[in-house]
Design a binder for this molecule. Sequence first.
Ligand code: NAP
Length: 244
Amino acid sequence: MSGEKIALVTGANKGIGFEIAAGLGGLGWSVGVGARDEGKRELAVGKLRADGVDAFGVPLDVTDDASVEAAARLVEERGGRLDVLVNNAGVTGGMPQEPTTVDLAAVRTAVETNVIGVIRVTNAMLPLLRRSASPRIVNMSSGVGSLARQSEQGAAPDVTGPLSAAYSPSKTFLNAVTVQYAKELRDTNVLINLGCPGFCATDLNGFRGVRTARQGAQIAIRLATLPDGGPTGGFFEDAGVVPW
Ligand SMILES: NC(=O)c1ccc[n+]([C@@H]2O[C@H](COP(=O)([O-])OP(=O)(O)OC[C@H]3O[C@@H](n4cnc5c(N)ncnc54)[C@H](OP(=O)(O)O)[C@@H]3O)[C@@H](O)[C@H]2O)c1
């Protein structure tokens, strides 16, 4: 077992996930770049290594049992344990998503990736995380998963978010599931929290976001590096707590 911290970031080939990997790598950590596409994964690993990051590629499709099991074996062979898991991979499910006309396939895709994928990866990695002295799990959520914000009377559209029967509810579901993990793991040293990156310019939104992916990564890096005794089961953005 090495003394260097080991992290795994899902969906790390681009966008916010890539920047989370770069940020954790900048701390001197060894970072697994979880990505489903071999070409994109190797490109990302190459870029990170060129910047001095101890990055390694982890073939990983969060919707696929065999892929996730193989990823856990690879991380175990690499480090014998895992210190930090960042469940960052996410999809919108496809647009449009007005509730009255939504394609059910969009709802299924969003939930399959953004919720069930997170449960699948977390449960596969937990045995490795439990071997860490200070395990941390960060689930990338969104302010559009906040029911309080979505239903705020008289608030601006950038607060209440778009009409969405797939993506937004999938993040609300993820929030609820994360609270359940925190309850089960409360008497362990595992801290599990939700991060909201803000509206960042990435492929996910056709680069309409107003923040950079690097800015969006900061909250995940903060939650990944929480000290022992830090919060668990919370929902945070750069400015502080996000209301449920
Ligand atoms: N951008 C924002 O404004 C914003 C706001 C709030 C929350 N978020 C959340 O932040 C996270 C990162 O989003 P982003 O904006 O960086 O989006 P992005 O640029 O589209 O990146 C999404 C990443 O997830 C990966 N992914 C999707 N499905 C996957 C699967 N089945 N298995 C493995 N990887 C998969 C993608 O891989 P491929 O390249 O192979 O598709 C990609 O690496 C997401 O959870 C998103 O919901 C983003």
